[in-house]
Design a protein around this ligand. Structure first.
Ligand SMILES: [Zn+2]
Length: 513
């Protein structure tokens, strides 16, 4: 029997958020070790409320196909909401817990490691590569296969430390289990001596492009089809185009392509290059420009029939919690209070202080207080409101939650990350989307699927915050970065980043403050 370890440490970091991610953020969201982990990924749900089966469940599926030859060995699984960089203590604790389990596990013949790929940690450059190097130092020269979100940033250290890297092939992401199974088959085949993974990659000095970056729409559709065709035909074991998380602060940030073949380095190089060229050709197709709050509210007001048949869903695009924003922005909230009178509006804000204050009140109590604008005070200011407490709740992942009625608004104030992308966020606190004119979400893509039954009009609203596309322009890069700067040719930077250009020094990584 070959013993294959499996683990997950996953969080997507927005380096602009001043709210660090700490151990309770993981332990309060999703944290499992050993037999508890094995049970969750075998029987499901892997992540209650989110996934019956995700990457690790997919890996178990691949292992079960070879059950007489493979023993899956559970390590740990830790997942936290997108947010600011991990505190150093949080990162080092997770790392040490994983290494301690690996040390005690006995002989390990390979490992599947599920990493987001855009995680940051205070004071540690490229923390996910460090995790891989640490793991390698314990389990030695056995195959290590990594799966990433397609918003991962791939680095030279990462490619060196892993035998194979594969990423989601869908955006919005819906192939979590599939990618775990793919990674599983590669690590299992490698451990059994049936496969010899060869990996090539390219990195582009580009953080935005590809229009809406959806896998099933132009301009990215052709790229994703080419990727899937290469896998179906047996040309490659795994093909990935990673469109990066633009608010991640690795200086070598950018889109990348990664191709894993079976003992065919030339084939991997050829395809990684071809895909990189295809991505570069799409660099000038930028994400759409979003309306201001005032424009969006006027559009919502005009959409009378649509509101009668369902609701208008407004994405607070400058404060997208699922892309790492703090969720405490008051810009859209303030505009909705001032300008959306008469329209029943559901919205959310994260404010642990306000929740603590309101927790002593009872439903029906009249209260006056300021909400929001406290976690990231540089980007928005607290909003004074007068209203009535409607209800109080303890919600998994969101912590203590209070619903406040303020004129035409129902404001859900959360203690934890206000990860608003599903109707259940509101339904679980007694707010039916059928009764609303406007429903606010703090999400870019998945809400489009979840709100399908209710949503009659989608508006992405730009105010000012950590998830504005151009907010990423203030980060430091290792040279000119498209679309902030004019970049004529991606190849010199690719060669520099891959260490092929002896004349150019490798940029020193910038450390998180
Ligand atoms: Zn992603």
């Amino acid at each position: 029997m070959k013993r294959i370890a499996f683990a997950r440490i996953a969080q997507e970091t927005n380096a602009l958020s001043p709210v660090p991610t700490t151990l309770p953020d993981f332990e309060g969201a999703h944290y499992l070790e050993g037999d508890d982990l094995l049970r969750a990924v075998t029987d499901g749900p892997e992540v209650p409320g989110f996934f019956k089966r995700a990457e690790l469940g997919g890996f178990i599926q691949a292992a079960s196909e070879r059950r007489t030859e493979i023993e899956p060995v559970p390590m740990l699984s830790a997942w936290a909401s997108s947010g600011g960089p991990l505190s150093k203590a949080c990162f080092e604790t997770l790392e040490e817990r994983l290494l301690e389990r690996l040390r005690r596990a006995g002989r390990i013949d390979g490992m599947y490691f599920c990493l987001h790929g855009a995680m940051g940690a205070q004071g540690i450059a490229d923390p996910e590569s460090r995790l891989l190097q640490s793991v390698r130092s314990v389990i030695g020269n056995v195959p290590i296969v990594v799966s990433h979100d397609l918003h991962a940033n791939v680095t030279r250290a990462r490619v060196r430390a892993a035998d194979a890297i594969v990423a989601y092939q869908t955006n919005p992401h819906r192939d979590h289990a599939k990618i775990g199974a793919k990674a599983g088959r590669i690590v299992i085949g490698s451990a059994l001596g049936e496969l010899r993974p060869t990996m090539a990659w390219r990195t582009l000095p580009m953080i935005l492009g590809g229009g809406k970056t959806l896998d099933f729409l132009a301009p990215m559709r052709a790229v994703f089809r080419r990727m899937r065709r290469a896998e179906r035909s047996g040309e490659a074991l795994g093909v990935s185009t990673l469109m990066c998380h633009p608010w991640n602060d690795d200086p070598a940030l950018g889109w990348s392509t990664v191709v894993v073949t079976n003992n065919d380095m030339a084939g991997a190089e050829r395809l990684a290059d071809e895909l990189a060229e295809q991505c570069w050709e799409r660099r000038h197709e930028q994400p759409p420009a979003f309306p201001t709050a005032r424009e969006a509210i006027a559009e919502a007001r005009a959409a009378k029939l649509r509101r009668r048949l369902g609701c208008v869903v407004m994405s607070d695009a400058s404060d997208v919690v699922t892309a790492g924003a703090p969720g405490d922005s008051t810009h859209l909230l303030r505009a909705l209070l001032a300008d959306a009178g008469g329209l029943i509006t559901y919205c959310a804000v994260r404010d642990p202080h306000a929740v603590a204050k309101l927790w002593t009140n009872e439903p029906g109590d009249r209260v006056a207080l300021a909400i929001g604008g406290t976690l990231d005070p540089a980007r928005s200011t607290p909003l004074p409101v007068v209203g009535n407490v409607v209800s109080k709740h303890e919600q998994h992942g969101f912590g203590k939650t209070v619903v406040l009625a303020v004129e035409h608004m129902r404001i859900v104030i959360t203690e934890g990350p206000s990860m608003v992308m599903r109707p259940s966020f509101y339904k679980d606190v007694g707010l039916s989307p059928w009764k609303a004119d406007i429903v606010m979400v703090k999400n870019f893509f998945p809400f489009l699927m979840f709100f399908l039954p209710y949503n009659r009009k989608t508006l992405f609203v730009r105010t000012s915050g950590t998830t504005d596309f151009d907010a990423a322009f203030q980060l430091q890069f290792d040279g000119p970065m498209h679309p902030r700067d004019v970049v004529d040719d991606w190849r010199p930077r690719d060669r520099m980043r891959r260490g092929l250009d002896a004349a150019a020094p490798i940029a020193e990584p910038v450390l998180h403050a």
